[in-house]
Design a protein around this ligand. Structure first.
Ligand SMILES: NC(=O)c1ccc[n+]([C@@H]2O[C@H](COP(=O)([O-])OP(=O)(O)OC[C@H]3O[C@@H](n4cnc5c(N)ncnc54)[C@H](O)[C@@H]3O)[C@@H](O)[C@H]2O)c1
Length: 420
């Protein structure tokens, strides 16, 4: 095994699931290695006339179940090891959701916020020029991830189409709707998580009206999810962003807070009537405080590695739904399990995004576009099917939902590999 601590840690988390999964040793061995990894150097002309080189990666981890699929991340800490470990998880997420895809991932080591729009466009187009032979609608299909968005996906699709001299919308998902993006893609992760939360809390007879919720991260996914939850009666008592959080035991007025945040770029516990917003009684809390609140449901929706060996014993929530990727370390997982806290893992909870990415690719290939209602209906169906199946596996083997997800995904990967 090469020196890849993140990938090694990722694959070690599968161990408890292996004794229940119907997969051969050979397949498990194969799954420890990425099929192919590409490193590229991208020259970019900056606005001041100088030339700067950037490092980029694209990994196709495993393509037994179909073309590889996964986002592209722009972040200063991007490394080949990180991209390989994220591509590894995409392999499992796609199998878990029964999508006809393998796992992939990409990234560029860059602080995207330090670049102008023009520089960002040249970098994105340069990256696609460098990896064009490695990707394609039947080979590997990128999507947005941290610090990449629909605009960047649009540039990438355009660049690829220019190189191939053929309009190829199915090469990238998460595009603007005007370039073949799907209705419902922007809210897909929140809608998917909402379905999973409702389905699983119902198993514990935990109704929305008697459930308090704290959400770390009031971004694209966290804020939309907060709204969906509060609409059906969940009491969202705390939310936070990178600057800190707010808490009100009576519950927060989420639509008002969203409006305020959109207009002022800050979090404030407000209640708005028409255009007037009044500040309501609340406590200002830190992100660390938010995680330890006495609530029923905790939703990390910001960064990875938030729940660790250091704070896991102080978590009071009974249920954790991982919307962020990798918010709980494996040491924290063990502590939470001992404390009878149910953790519902990222590869299920946040899989709505990749599911609607799949729908986008299907629409691009057929040239027939669905309504938002149709997208959401199909998304909910698929989330429910896989949540129920995973729940049954957890009951059958008396394992955590994390291990049940791995067993379910491993079984699918094993079945396809054996058939091939
Ligand atoms: N957007 C998707 O479709 C999607 C799909 C799957 C997984 N995810 C994961 O969900 C998470 C959120 O994604 P997003 O698209 O909403 O991102 P986003 O950038 O829109 O929002 C992230 C939020 O987290 C906040 N934040 C940053 N640092 C924080 C900190 N230290 N403590 C608390 N909050 C902090 C930010 O202020 C922001 O409100 C990420 O982990 C992402 O990988 C997103």
């Amino acid at each position: 095994m090469p020196d890849s601590p993140l990938l090694t840690e990722a694959s070690s988390r599968l161990e408890p699931a292996l004794k229940y999964a119907e997969v051969s040793e050979e397949i498990i061995t194969e799954l420890q290695f990425p099929k192919s990894s590409l490193s590229v150097s991208i020259p970019v002309r900056l606005d001041d006339g100088s030339l700067k080189m950037f490092q980029g990666y694209r990994v196709r981890y495993n393509d037994n179940r179909g073309p590889t699929k996964g986002g592209i991340r722009y972040h200063p800490q991007v490394s080949l090891d990180e991209v390989e470990s994220l591509a590894f998880w995409m392999t499992f997420k796609c199998a878990l959701m029964n999508l006809p895809y393998g796992g992939g991932k990409g990234g560029i080591t860059v602080n995207a916020r330090s670049l102008s729009k023009g520089e960002l466009e040249r970098l994105s187009r340069g990256y696609i020029s460098a990896i064009a032979d490695f990707i394609g609608p039947d080979k590997d299909i990128p999507a947005p991830d941290m610090y990449t968005n629909a605009t960047i996906m649009g540039w990438m699709m355009d660049q690829y189409s220019t190189i191939k001299r053929q309009i190829t919308p199915g090469v990238v998902t998460g595009k603007p709707i005007s370039m073949g993006g799907s209705q419902g893609r922007e809210t897909a992760t929140s809608v998917g998580a909402f379905e999973v939360i409702n389905t699983l809390l119902a198993k514990f007879e935990q109704t929305p009206q008697k459930t308090t919720v704290a959400i770390q991260g009031f971004g694209n996914v966290g804020a939309t999810l907060a709204q969906l939850l509060s609409q059906v009666g969940y009491r969202v008592v705390a939310v936070s962003d990178s600057q800190g959080g707010i808490y009100a035991s009576k519950g927060l007025d989420i639509p008002s807070i969203r409006r305020y945040k959109f207009a002022n770029q800050g979090l404030q516990a407000v209640y708005c009537e028409n255009s007037v917003c009044n500040i309501v009684e609340h406590e200002v809390i830190s992100n660390a405080d938010l995680l330890k609140l006495d609530v029923d449901v905790l939703i990390p929706a910001a960064l990875e590695n938030q729940i660790t060996r250091e704070n896991a014993n102080q978590i009071q929530a009974k249920y954790i739904f991982e919307v962020a990727n990798g918010p709980t370390t494996s040491e924290a997982d063990a502590i939470l399990e001992e404390n009878e806290c149910y953790v519902f893992p990222d590869i299920l909870v946040n899989a709505g995004g990749v599911t609607v990415s799949y729908f986008e690719w299907v629409q691009n290939r057929s040239g027939y576009y669905w309504t938002a209602e149709k997208v959401n209906q199909r998304l909910k169906e698929r989330m429910n099917i896989e949540t129920e199946q995973t729940w049954s596996i957890a009951q059958e083997f008396s394992v955590s939902m994390r291990n049940a997800c791995y067993i379910h995904a491993l079984n699918r990967l094993g079945e396809t590999r054996t058939s091939r």
